[in-house]
Design a protein around this ligand. Structure first.
Ligand code: ZN
Length: 551
């Protein structure tokens, strides 16, 4: 068979070797990756490649630059991420250092975007505002008395609204009486702050409300961005309601696939809770699944985030000895174990958001029960694992649970975590190397839009555990990964988390031709230069979807 493309290179990372404990250079291969249609035809020596090369074969010589499988980001929020990358959202507020500054930035954005009927912003974070308390609607109302303002926090776990937005959502102070996550001011008025998914739902709906035309444009632009980063697979990890609106949202990705082709494969996780038998999830899967869009499983939350004390700890917070976590867990152990078992019984892998050691343990208990009852191994994952009790580590391996972590979140946190969990537990903050050594698998992702989608920032964080100025970002530098380990987490291991290790994430005959070429060889790049790395070419399913202007 004749190849459509032949990518020649001296530094081909196939992702087929374990990469653990092996000398890094030995993982690189010199030869050719041959592509026919949407698949890899062969990976072989230059000599063997000759038989696949015809007059129409496009030969690309990568030289010493790294050729590798496309990046598979194991945890992203496609829909909110695409919107965050668009002109419809003010992301500059992420740099604000106070509530006042945040409002000033928004006012400037509103001035230059007169066509917007809602002001959307994301990325503000109260921990970046020194000791400031959570903001209130009042500061927004002064500048925006009429137009609704929706401001998603950096961690996606809360919204800050003005009065016009609260009114548009129909949120009243009476509702706050039954819901502690709708915050009230001391005078009994609404504060404008909504915490955690349930309370945020109406705001989240308005934040995402666009016409179909606008949405398709937003998604198409976001696909271009991900292609420029070499990201060829990502996900929608926010579990939405089982309703027609959600289905429509997913279906639009198929429309875009038909209209323009997608440049990244999107793995969708539907809701773990509030369904008895997962028939809707399975029906949706049957009608939606393609090579590019898939219902890959279900997702649930047990806790929130450590910053707002909604991460569930086994022992109380060091700086709040009165609590192991406010308003958590979101479900009892019994409810959780029941839901996980039902999902696995239906053949759906389960991914659970667990920030702290208490929620990690609950998820493991649930997976243990599901395994005991179903006797099947599915790629269940635990997401984030910002802290873990050492007793629970080995359980990942014995229960075949994949740890799914975001090394770059370490850099976000500064010293916040040590105040929350203290000197002893901090030794186990984001324990990437320990989890990889125990499990043999570690899926790496960004949780975009919580941080940038740029994989090189994430790899830098994984291999250095340092801030960009070279200072230590962690209290456990021994948890650094090698470049090979980070790449494995970003390709073949992430593919396993998406239950697609057999068709994406490595370069070998029969796999989908999701291949990228970088502008250098990451294995010989000094660590401080990793963030400067760029992608030169991105190929998805045998189509070149991105070429850098320099190449
Ligand atoms: Zn997430």
């Amino acid at each position: 068979m004749i190849a459509d493309y032949c990518i020649k290179g001296n530094a081909i990372y196939t992702g087929l070797d374990s990469g653990i404990g092996e000398p890094e250079e030995s993982l690189l291969y010199s030869g050719c990756v041959l592509i026919n249609g949407d698949r890899i035809l062969d990976v072989c020596s230059d000599w063997d490649a000759k038989r696949y090369i015809g007059e129409n074969t496009v030969v690309i010589d990568a030289g010493d630059r790294l050729v590798m499988p496309g990046f598979i980001d194991a945890h992203t929020h496609f829909f909110s991420g695409a919107i965050a990358a668009s002109e419809h959202v003010c992301t500059e507020i992420a740099d604000s250092t106070s509530e006042e500054e945040c409002v000033r930035i928004l006012a400037a954005y509103a001035g230059s975007h007169p066509e917007e009927t809602r002001i959307r912003g994301r990325g503000w974070f109260v921990t970046n505002w020194g000791d400031a308390p959570l903001p209130t609607k009042d500061s927004l109302d002064e500048v925006f008395p009429n137009i609704p303002v929706y401001l998603q926090a950096a961690d996606v776990h809360s919204y800050w609204l003005n009065s016009a937005a609260l009114e548009e959502c129909g949120i009243t102070k009476e509702m706050a009486k039954d819901n502690a996550n709708i915050l009230l001011l001391p005078n009994g008025e609404l504060q404008g702050m909504l915490l955690e998914i349930e309370a945020c739902k109406p705001a989240d709906e308005k934040y995402h409300a666009f016409t179909r035309e606008e949405r398709l444009e937003i998604y198409r632009n976001f696909m271009e961005l991900s292609a420029s980063y070499g990201v060829t697979s990502l996900s929608e990890m926010m579990p939405y309601e089982y309703d027609p609106k959600t289905y429509e949202r997913y279906w639009e990705l198929r429309i875009l696939e038909e209209l323009a082709g997608l440049t990244a494969r999107v793995h969708i996780y539907t809701k773990l809770y509030d369904t008895d038998d997962f028939t809707t999830a399975l029906e949706w899967k049957r009608s939606l699944d393609s090579d590019y869009v898939k219902i890959s499983g279900v997702k649930g939350f047990i806790d929130g985030v450590a910053e707002t004390y909604t991460g569930l700890l086994l022992e109380p917070y060091t700086d709040r000895p009165d609590t192991c976590g406010l308003h958590v867990p979101f479900r009892s152990q019994r409810e959780l174990s029941h839901a996980v078992t039902l999902a696995n019984q239906a053949g759906l892998p389960v991914r659970i958001h667990c920030i702290a050691d208490g929620s990690v343990r609950m998820a493991l208990n649930a997976f243990e029960e599901a395994y005991y009852r179903t006797q099947t191994i599915l790629p269940n994952t635990i997401e984030h694992i910002e802290t873990i009790h050492p007793d629970d580590m080995e359980r990942f391996r014995s229960l075949h649970v994949i740890p799914s972590m975001q090394p770059i979140h370490l850099l976000l946190d500064a010293d916040g975590k040590i105040a929350r969990v203290g000197n002893e537990r901090i030794k186990w903050e984001w324990p990437t190397k320990t989890m990889l050594d125990i499990c043999g698998t570690l899926a790496i992702g960004t949780d975009y839009p919580v941080v940038s989608l740029n994989p090189f920032d994430n790899i830098y964080a994984a291999v250095t555990r340092k801030n960009y100025d070279g200072s230590d970002a962690s209290h456990n530098a021994w948890e650094r990964l090698s470049v090979a380990e980070a790449l494995k987490g970003y390709t073949s291991d992430a593919a396993k988390a998406y239950n697609r290790g057999h068709e994406i994430g490595s370069l070998k005959a029969g796999m989908f031709a999701d291949v990228i070429i970088l502008d250098r060889n990451l294995f010989s790049t000094p660590e401080e230069e990793i963030p400067n790395c760029k992608v030169e070419m991105t190929m998805v399913g045998g189509r070149v979807v991105y070429l850098s202007s320099e190449s």
